[in-house]
Write a new protein. Structure first.
Length: 255
């Protein structure tokens, strides 16, 4: 059976409340051996941790503040993030980052929250999981000073250019590829062909961005194999090889 890891899935959200056990069963049947769960903000922590307790060693939690949840009171949110991180049990600081797609109102606060969470990741010796929608170049420059200390992580849901991908890799970061890589006009083929498999993680970002042919439906971890299949076709490799290498990349990063 193919070996897969979903490096980024929000399966603790209400979208999965009615059939979560079936979603987990389908993931296991598809070969998914781990599901990494990024936090959003204080409203998601309880549900995420409950899921981690229900599926220990399979659903693995991160702790962070999503940029779209950064508002005037972001410092209060980050105190809670730090408190949880101090208790241990998290595989990364995330989902954190910047977002210029939805609302630019709090971009300065997003940048400050980004720097604080980088400091927390360094303090607790954890990688970071970066969201950067319409803000890849800005985020590369934000994270660059921290990479000089050795901070690492992944740019999740990467949709940028090959040049941007190479910049990110040169900083010691991985790229997370998900459903967009399978879209007809996703434009990820040059990135897939232009960088090595050692730099890639597979993800779904469930329940969002379901890969082709399920685009428009609720995404779920079992669909991560469709991303692996797309990469395999582009590179002329076996899907099993894609799964093996990218799964090892995820487990090594989040260990």
């Amino acid at each position: 059976m193919i070996r897969l890891v979903d490096s980024h899935a929000h399966i603790y959200l209400d979208d999965f409340r009615e059939d979560l056990n079936e979603v987990i069963d389908r993931a296991k049947e598809a070969g998914v051996e781990r599901i990494y769960m990024p936090n959003i903000d204080h409203t998601s922590i309880e549900d995420m941790l409950r899921l981690a307790d229900d599926f220990p060693g399979y659903c693995l939690p991160m702790m962070g503040l999503h940029p779209c949840s950064v508002e005037k009171n972001f410092e209060k949110e980050l105190y809670e993030v730090e408190d949880y991180l101090s208790k241990g049990g998290f595989c990364a600081v995330g989902e954190m980052g910047t977002d210029l797609y939805w609302d630019k109102t709090y971009f300065e606060q997003q940048k400050e929250a980004f720097k604080i969470q980088c400091d927390l990741a360094w303090k607790f010796k954890l990688p970071i999981v970066i969201h950067c929608r319409e803000s890849i170049d800005e985020t590369i420059e934000l994270v660059r000073p921290f990479t000089e200390k050795g901070l690492t992580g992944v740019f999740h849901c990467f949709t940028g250019t090959l040049e941007q991908a190479k910049q990110i890799i040169s900083l010691g970061f991985k790229l997370g590829l998900g459903g967009v890589a399978t879209f007809k006009k996703g434009g990820m083929e040059p990135v897939i062909r232009g960088i090595g498999l050692e730099n890639l993680l597979l993800e779904t970002d469930s329940p969002y961005l379901a890969p082709t042919p399920n685009r428009g439906k609720r995404n779920e971890p079992s669909y991560v194999g469709l991303v692996a299949a797309k990469i395999a076709r582009e590179l002329g490799k076996d899907q099993e090889e894609i799964g093996e290498i990218t799964s090892s990349n995820s487990i090594t990063l989040f260990s």
